[in-house]
Design a protein around this ligand. Structure first.
Ligand code: PEP
Length: 252
């Protein structure tokens, strides 16, 4: 019912030439994998080159790591939705914890961006997740609820099924410390319950909820075996084509 999605977030890694090399190696490795959607999110500077390559035979979708909520204007250093569409982008990661922590992105800004992305028929991948201190204080579920409700507030309930949510506990990102399959499933089920409360059970059952945080070829299968885990947002392990392809082939 929900097609699994494995998305690679390359963060601030890879020049355009390196990005093209990676995708050239990756595409034949994942081409024949059925029933899994694959996406890569190179840095802005490599989107055009990778987009040209993928347009020729797209087994892999092109994603961006961020976007501005306005279409144009005096916003030095920012990039808009029409600019991304121009390059073949079909998915945008929003509210990654690094954007929230290092660049002051608020829950409300994530919501405005998500609404703009959806209005352009692109898929927003909305990241939520608690810090280690918040989990320690027993606040994980409340933090994720606050982030989720704020991000979805500007979105019409009828469009909810098109949204992708990525649960990324901050303590698991780039640390080598993955959430256990039980912790992931528990939070994903919580998120699906909130989605049902916001937009109804039918919509909620269609939303893909990805897990992110030190996903690798050794832990992907047990995470994907959880009923509410519909894919993964992969950072470090997406920077190598073979490793990322092994994650995409989690069923093999
Ligand atoms: C991420 O940054 O989205 C991420 C999940 O990183 P990593 O896989 O390296 O933990």
């Amino acid at each position: 019912m929900r097609t699994p999605l494995i998305a690679g977030n390359w963060k601030m890694h890879k020049t355009a030439a390196e990005a093209v090399d990676l995708v050239r190696t990756l595409v034949p490795l994942v081409d024949a994998v059925e029933g899994v959607e694959v996406a890569v999110a190179p840095p802005f500077t490599a989107l055009q080159a990778v987009g040209r390559l993928l347009r020729a035979g797209a087994a892999v979708l092109l994603a961006a790591q961020n976007v501005h909520e306005e279409d144009h204007g005096a916003f030095t250093g920012e990039v808009s939705v029409p600019m991304l569409q121009d390059l073949g982008v079909s998915m945008v990661i929003l509210g990654h914890s690094e954007r929230r922590q290092l660049f002051g992105e608020t829950d409300q800004a994530v919501g405005r961006k998500a609404a703009r992305v959806l209005a352009a028929n692109l898929v927003p991948v909305i990241c939520v997740g608690e810090s280690l201190a918040q989990r320690g204080a027993g606040e994980a579920f409340a933090v994720v609820e606050r982030q989720l409700r704020a991000a979805l507030q500007p979105i019409d309930a009828s469009a909810l099924a098109l949204v992708v949510i990525a649960y990324e506990p901050v303590w698991a990102i780039g640390t080598g410390r993955t959430a256990s399959k039980e912790q992931a499933q528990e939070m994903h089920a919580h998120i699906r319950g909130l989605l049902a409360d916001i937009g109804g059970r039918k919509q909620a059952d269609q939303v893909r909820i990805l897990y992110g945080g030190s996903v690798n070829p050794a832990n992907i299968a047990e995470l994907m075996a959880q009923p509410d885990v519909d894919g993964a947002l992969v950072g470090g392990a997406s920077l190598d084509a073979e490793t990322f392809a092994s994650i995409v082939r989690f069923r093999v």
